[in-house]
Design a protein around this ligand. Structure first.
Ligand code: HAM
Length: 528
């Protein structure tokens, strides 16, 4: 690196990666309030907190969310997790920056280097230091054969060997040194994995769990859409799919939103049927879509083949009239699904939960069946879904567990906060109760003791680390929005009478030390 470039590098200002952001005070006070409320409300419904890892095998998400979904096919942060430094070096030496293979010697040299790599990879494979997967076994075998084949090749020029060399390089690059893992794009799959891993089917059923934490999706960032975002989610797993479970889960979200005084809450529900009735409906829908194909845009036209249900998601103005004429899944549910759906609606009514039926609500993840729901809130623009959820019976089985029913939801916490802010919910950042303005060594010792006692009594205290003139200290107290300044100088310490200034009206009071806490308690009770 040139000196100039190095200087520039040194000066580089780091910024949060696109789609991620810092959450700062005072806004974080609102986040804490929201999370605290979730803890309280969910506990009243008997939910316990679960914390699952931020990363999991990619396969877990692929199998549950579905390979063809946007989340899995385009949006996951995926990487290989390995320690095989020696193999990395050997592979780099073998296939990166390979100069020309214009002579027979150059080819032999190349094959030597690749051979070294394959030898080391074979050993690591046998010893289990790289994953013992069928894919790795096949790739290593193929590379060995390609090397043998090229070794017996009579060199006649570069052009002739290039396709085989390219094939060999590909094989070498395909050797996996570690597990392929992804940052979690959601947590339902992880919760199901944990349910199986910890034998939770042995616990009293259903098992009710909730989580709060970051998720990662490589989407195009915009207001309400981030690459690292936060979800507050809950899952109910067990042997029963009683409609009352669906309704209670939804009631819990609505109760939570009510407690937060979220504005403009709109709950949409639907049933998307089961393995019996949905495929038949999808075929019917596909056939009807083909009839009106010309009236649809290119995205929807493509989806007729790949996933006709997603056409119903379309927000394109020009397609709305056509979509309105399509057959509706709720008219094509099997008897069991239709009965379940009616019962869920009745259960919601019994709980006083208002809903709107939305036959176009299909959701973007593959694991859903029967009940699906989405909640929108005010002030969010186009990204207005603040919560999504549904039933996913069979997912635990799909992941290798016992037959299990499941239902849950996830709230987009970023969007929830945005909506609360738009409706004027100011973050409740508690200000300092007391700023201690001290001067002199003796006063410092007293100030430290006072701070300790006041904090123990639950007051928020600011204790400046260095001595300040009283005027400056009071200015600082004012800037921090402190309610009181406790003035401690030589006089106060020797007299044992402390000066307490109320910053709002400038009034001042002399108090003996033991009376201070009681006085502050009373004044806090009056102001709150
Ligand atoms: P989801 O609909 O993919 O469902 O996400 C749930 C909520 O997360 C969305 O309604 C939205 O509020 C928020 N969200 C999603 N992506 C982003 C993003 N890029 N930026 C900000 N917020 C976002 C699930 O994740 C399912 N696991 C829900 C579930 C749980 N179903 C059953 N159990």
């Amino acid at each position: 690196m040139s000196e100039g470039a190095a200087k520039k590098e040194e000066r580089r200002k780091f910024q949060a990666i696109r789609g991620t952001r810092d959450l700062l005070p005072p806004e974080t006070a609102l986040w804490n309030h929201v999370e605290q409320t979730a803890n309280e409300v969910f506990a009243t419904f008997g939910f316990g907190a679960i914390r699952v890892p931020i990363f999991e095998p990619t396969e877990l998400f692929a199998r549950s969310i579905g390979l063809d979904t946007d989340v899995v096919s385009k949006e996951m942060y995926t990487f290989e997790d390995y320690e095989a430094t020696e193999l990395v070096e050997l592979r780099t030496a073998a296939v990166t920056n390979v100069a020309s293979l214009a002579t027979g010697e150059a080819l032999i040299d190349f094959l030597d280097r690749v051979g070294n790599f394959i030898l080391a990879a074979d050993k690591a494979f046998e010893a289990g230091r790289i994953p013992k997967t069928p894919e790795n076994e096949r790739t290593l075998q193929m590379a060995r054969e390609l090397i043998a084949n090229l070794q017996t090749f009579r060199y006649q020029g570069e052009r002739e060997i290039l396709p085989r060399v390219a094939e060999l390089k590909d094989a070498v690059r395909q050797v996996r040194f570690g597990d392929v893992i992804s940052l979690r794009p959601e947590a339902t799959a992880s919760v199901c994995r944990a349910y199986i891993e910890h034998g939770m089917q042995q616990l009293p059923q259903p098992v009710k769990l909730y989580y709060i934490g970051p998720m990662f999706r490589r989407e195009r960032p915009q207001k309400g859409r981030y690459r690292q975002f936060y979800q507050i989610g809950a899952e109910v797993l067990g042997g029963s799919d009683a409609p009352a479970i669906d309704a209670e889960v939804i009631e819990m979200v609505i109760t939570f939103f009510d407690r937060l005084e979220l504005h403009g809450v709109q709950l949409d529900i639907n049933s998307i049927g089961c393995r019996e009735c949905r495929p038949k409906y999808v075929e019917l829908l596909r056939a009807e879509l083909l009839k009106v194909k010309d009236k649809l845009g290119p995205d929807s036209q493509r989806r007729i083949r790949t996933n006709p249900l997603r056409v119903l998601d379309s927000k394109l103005e020009s397609e709305q009239g056509t979509i309105a004429t399509l057959p509706r899944i709720t008219d094509h549910l099997c008897e069991a699904c239709a009965t379940h759906y009616s019962a869920v609606k009745r259960q919601l009514e019994m709980r006083g939960v208002f809903f709107r039926e939305n036959w176009r609500l299909v959701r973007g993840l593959d694991y859903y069946m029967r009940t699906t729901f989405e909640i929108t809130a005010q002030g969010l623009g186009s990204q207005n879904a603040v919560c999504g959820g549904g039933r996913y019976d069979g997912l635990v089985e799909l992941l290798g567990g016992p037959p299990t029913k499941g239902i849950g939801f996830a709230i987009g916490e970023d969007r929830l906060i945005l909506s609360l802010q738009e409706s004027g919910k100011a973050p409740a950042q508690p200000g300092r109760d007391v700023y201690i303005a001290w001067m002199g060594e003796r006063a410092h010792a007293t100030a430290i003791r006072a701070a300790k006692d006041l904090r123990k009594a639950g007051f928020s205290v600011e204790l400046p680390p260095v001595e300040q003139k009283f005027g400056k200290a009071l200015g600082q107290a004012d800037k921090l929005g402190a309610k009181h300044a406790l003035i401690l100088g030589d006089n106060e310490v020797s007299e044992g009478l402390w000066t307490l200034k109320t910053l709002a009206d400038g009034s001042q009071l002399k108090l003996p030390e033991p009376a201070l806490i009681e006085h502050l308690r009373k004044s806090k009770a009056v102001s709150s």
